[in-house]
Design a protein around this ligand. Structure first.
Ligand code: FAD
Length: 287
């Protein structure tokens, strides 16, 4: 099933992101976690893709498994910065052969020290164009309510985002954010810029505060004081932090639905229990 048709149904939806194993020794535990998440019956599941291509076969495998054996439509991520044209052709053929109908077209982070000369792809818009020309797939793209960290200004970022959408993105999924007003402001600005495709709001439940400050610094995501205080107060107790993080994410999601943002994507970090508790908190809203 095409993600754009699921989004266009107009009902509040909750999708979930999982990541594939990086190495074969974690394969079974990751597969099990993704299957437990699939059993929660999210509206669709997205499966990330390693920037260096290391987990590319696993992405296709996990995406196929959750779709074929659990009946959950899947969205396979695909990044291009480290790939040659023939690698991308191979990936598209692989995804097609596994019955995957949806791709999140990404540039990927630029590996440290990588020369930008002689690259086959520089931006996600080029990959988007290529997938569109290939046909068959529903294509999504990433967007950044607080701007992509490499962008000189938010105006540039939105201008290039429009190019990406014009190249063939049918929907966008946001980077995580912890203040919904940031998203509402972003939506206003992209609509003004003529970007009309649906936006899926990415929510990260923070249950382990150790890495969050670092991740936010790298991704350019601001941590509101209200959130910092929660982490400062409860961060040293895993149980308290899990409860507070799930409550915070739930509140964000309820506010999004209440304000007409019907599509919410949960960054599950492969934690079925966290995903389960959040889905349970909003079960009546989703019905
Ligand atoms: P682009 O859309 O190409 O944008 C990258 C930067 O280039 C932006 O600053 C943009 O404004 C600028 N730009 C775009 N076009 C032009 C142009 N023509 N001229 C000049 N500047 C331009 N990474 C992974 O490796 N695997 C994943 O599975 C993965 N999943 C993700 C899912 C989501 C929802 C998000 C938000 C990010 C994900 N990422 C993933 C991270 C992503 O790959 C990085 O953020 C990467 O740095 C940018 O990718 P992009 O597709 O947004 O790039």
């Amino acid at each position: 099933m095409k993600i754009i048709d699921i989004i266009n149904s107009g009902k509040p939806l909750l999708s979930m992101e999982v990541f594939p194993p990086k190495t074969s020794d974690t394969f079974e535990s990751v597969k099990e976690a993704t299957e437990k998440i699939a059993l929660l019956k999210p509206d669709f599941m997205s499966v990330t893709y390693g920037a260096g291509g290391g987990t590319s076969e696993y992405t296709a495998f996990i995406a196929e498994n959750i779709q074929k054996n659990y009946g959950v439509p899947s969205l396979a991520h695909l990044s291009c910065i480290s790939s040659k044209k023939e690698d991308i052709k191979h990936q598209l053929g692989l995804l097609k052969s596994k019955g995957i109908e949806n791709i999140l077209a990404l540039r990927g982070d630029i590996p440290e020290g990588m020369s930008r000369e002689h690259l086959d792809y520089h931006y996600a818009s080029e990959l988007t164009e290529e997938i569109k020309a290939y046909g068959r797939f529903c294509i999504g793209g990433a967007c950044y309510p607080e701007s992509h960290p490499e962008s000189a200004t938010s105006f540039d970022d939105i201008r290039y985002l429009k190019e990406k959408v014009d190249a063939g993105c049918e929907f966008l999924t946001t980077q995580m954010f912890f203040d919904n007003n940031v998203l509402y402001n972003f939506l206003y600005r992209i609509r003004e810029a003529g970007i009309t495709v649906p936006v899926v709001a990415g929510i990260m439940p923070v249950t382990n505060p150790k890495s969050i400050k670092r991740i936010c610094a790298i991704s350019g995501t601001a941590l509101p004081q209200r959130f910092v205080r929660i982490v400062d107060k409860f961060g040293s107790s895993p149980e308290q932090m899990a409860q507070a993080g799930i409550a915070y994410a739930t509140e964000q999601i309820v506010d999004l639905y209440a304000n007409g943002v019907n599509a919410v994507h949960l960054y599950t970090m492969n934690k079925p229990e966290v995903a389960r508790r959040i889905k349970e908190n909003i079960s009546s809203i989703l019905e």
